[in-house]
Design a protein around this ligand. Sequence first.
Ligand SMILES: [Zn+2]
Length: 399
Amino acid sequence: MTWLRKAKEGLKAQQRRRELPDGLWTKCEDCGEILYHKELERNLWTCSKCSYHFRISARSYIKILVDEDTFVERFSEVVSTDPLKFRDAKRYSDRLKKAREETGLSEAVLCGEGRIEGHPCVLAIMDFAFLGGSLASAAGERIARSILLAIETRHPLLILSSSGGARMFEGILSLMQMAKANALLARLSDAGVPYISIMTHPTTGGVTASFASVGDVILAEPKALIGFAGPRVIKQTINQELPEGFQRSEFLLQKGMIDRIVHRTELKKTIAWLLRFFAAGAALPQKPRRRAGESLARFRAASLPIGTALPPAPPTPVAEPAAAGTTEIEVPEPSPNGTATGSAPVSPAKTPAPAQPAKAPAPAQPAKTPAPAPSAKAPTKSSAKPPARPTVREVRVEE
Ligand SMILES: [Zn+2]
């Protein structure tokens, strides 16, 4: 029997020698395929054989998603201090310093404004390489400010999550960010500004439990681990075998927690389609808007395999006098007390809309202050009636 074992070991050693990439080749972490570096880069760091998605940095996502030279970073001045003077094996302040040096970021989330296929939007992109993409006071504050910026500019918000959860080095201050972000997202929702959440591998803990799960549309990368507690903890707690593919995006798509799984090479196209959809839906008068809702329902049906062409975007409105190029369309929108102010978020749709019965005219909100919103209701997923949401006062429609 010994000679058998020896032969096996010999084979392994040979394999290992063949795997040495020397910077030109990278081994797929899932299927073991050896991938040529340039090709991997062309495929946006996804395996051409099994479509495994390699983890990439926040800046790489900016490169992939945002039109060239349109990204402007914001809120980089908000950085973590060490409020608890926390120390375990290492000082928290030292960990922060190291993470900053290694990633070139000052926090676990990179925020800013940019355009995606010409559509302006506000972005917040998390980076797992920075202390596990953990959510702490500064990261939470950056996200909060991004949401406020989206309300102010009325540009759609995009949050790309990649996180191990709340950062324990800041204790309860980290946990508070969950409530803060969601309270502001409720305001964003009241203002009728769309929010697209993108979950990447992994999105866990406090991030899943707060802002990542409440997008108007929730996208996820294939095979991403998405959950609150990890599978091992759950297995020990409930003392049962977990189903196949538990907590992976494919499983969550089946259960209705996410709307669509999007391959990274399709991500920009898909987001651009959604931005076009929201812009057109907001600009259309009541009736055709329902038609726009139907195509979002088809989008949500999502049984289509990855790479299938999306349903066509709703037609751009022709009701208003449309000139060539960029047209601006005013949607009449009487506010509850007759004061239709400029940028203040006004609760949507006061026009006779049979679609939404119980929506009481919300009092115009003070817009700026980052105090917790009075109504603690989390923004529910608008899957029931997406067309009623976006009522934007002034929408730019391309073409
Ligand atoms: Zn692979």
